[in-house]
Design a protein around this ligand. Structure first.
Ligand code: UT7
Length: 321
């Protein structure tokens, strides 16, 4: 086996929707400002009975049902999250237990908003080495738990949710399906532009998200355009051949600017930031599953996934689904 292909996808959202108007009643912001600067209209916020693992398990079950497989056949689980249920063990092991597929590989990946790209690329690589035959790749977050709800520059931007896909080892060269090329990057020099000001080894607290939004925005457009070009070159595919781009959903203006830089028409970009806001590692699989379920993304389409986030970390992956 020299590749991996998609078997199914699923997603899950908390029960509670919080609109911009609801936030504007509590902090000094407005629906107009949030919509104009970000494209966000609402977000889902986890209740007391909802955690990263409950959302991840619901998304995983939906992906397994969509794939039409027995959960016990999954031998690799990689969960991308920056908001795990506990500092340890990995939330992936909780998911594994809930699915009843104990015994295989299960671990979390911490690459914040690029987490799903890191998890997907790692799963693809493990499947290629023969470490397993079926991988569950999940992005799941409860960012509402690390937001400073007094800080209007960040708290209006994020939401909670989860998305998952099932991949199977395949003979990619023969079928032309599955992951065709991926690239990952990180630049630790940019740590202070987007980080959480707490942690077990520093403050012994969970901490709150801090971001210099304008600078992150500038880096995002440059880094995403360049990694997309790298992946297209690796796969020997032109931008025109892409059917859909499924980007990290941070800001509608970042999506527009990146697409423009690459000459990709806006109608090929999947946008869910208006409904979900920024769900960090969950945003790409959540947007992907949304677009598969509403019939936009179909089997056989060429799909580019991309994301950038804290670290900085960023990456892109091209898949024939
Ligand atoms: O997921 C990881 C990647 N994250 C991102 O990609 C986020 C990237 N950054 C962004 O999306 C944008 O920079 C933001 C949406 C965070 C901010 O938009 P901006 O156009 O860069 O606004 P700004 O930070 O330059 O702020 C403009 C003004 C400021 O007021 P002054 O200083 O011009 O008087 C802010 O204080 O908007 C003010 N402001 C707000 N006003 C109403 C900031 N937040 C709010 C708010 N409501 N929620």
């Amino acid at each position: 086996m020299n590749g991996s292909r998609l078997l199914g996808s699923g997603s899950a959202l908390p029960k509670r929707v919080v609109t911009n108007a609801e936030l504007a009643a509590k902090i000094d912001t407005s629906d107009d400002w949030i919509v104009e600067r970000t494209g966000i209209r609402q977000r889902y916020i986890a209740g007391d009975d909802e955690t990263t693992s409950t959302l991840a398990i619901a998304a995983a079950k939906a992906a397994i049902a969509d794939a039409g497989i027995d959960a016990a056949s999954i031998d690799i689980i990689i969960l991308a999250t920056a908001t795990p249920d506990n500092t340890f063990p990995a939330t992936a092991t909780k998911v594994q237990h809930a699915l009843g597929c104990n015994g295989g590989v299960a671990f979390d990946v911490a690459a914040v908003c690029s987490g799903f790209l890191y998890a997907l690329t790692t799963a693809d690589s493990l499947l290629k080495t023969g470490m397993g035959k079926r991988a569950l790749v999940i992005g799941a977050e409860t960012f509402s738990r690390i937001l400073d709800w007094e800080d209007r520059t960040t708290c209006v931007l994020f939401g909670d949710g989860a998305g998952a896909i099932v991949l199977q080892a395949s003979d990619g060269d023969a079928t032309g399906e599955g992951v065709l090329a991926s690239r990952l990057h990180a630049d630790g020099a940019q740590h202070d532009l987007l980080y959480v000001d707490g942690g077990p080894s520093t403050t012994q607290t969970v901490g709150h998200l801090r971001m210099k939004g304008r600078e992150v925005f500038r880096h995002a457009v440059v880094n995403l355009s360049s990694v997309l070009k790298e992946v297209l070159e690796d796969a020997e595919v032109s931008a025109e051949e892409i059917d859909w781009v499924v980007p990290h959903q941070a800001n509608a203006r970042i999506l527009d600017a990146t697409a423009k830089k690459l000459g990709i028409p806006p109608e090929k970009i999947i946008v869910t930031v208006d409904q979900h806001a920024n769900t960090s590692a969950a945003s790409v699989p959540l947007a992907f599953d949304t677009a598969r379920r509403d019939g936009r993304i179909r089997n056989g389409d060429l799909v580019m996934f991309e994301a950038m986030g804290g670290g900085f970390t960023w990456g892109a992956s091209l898949m024939r689904v």
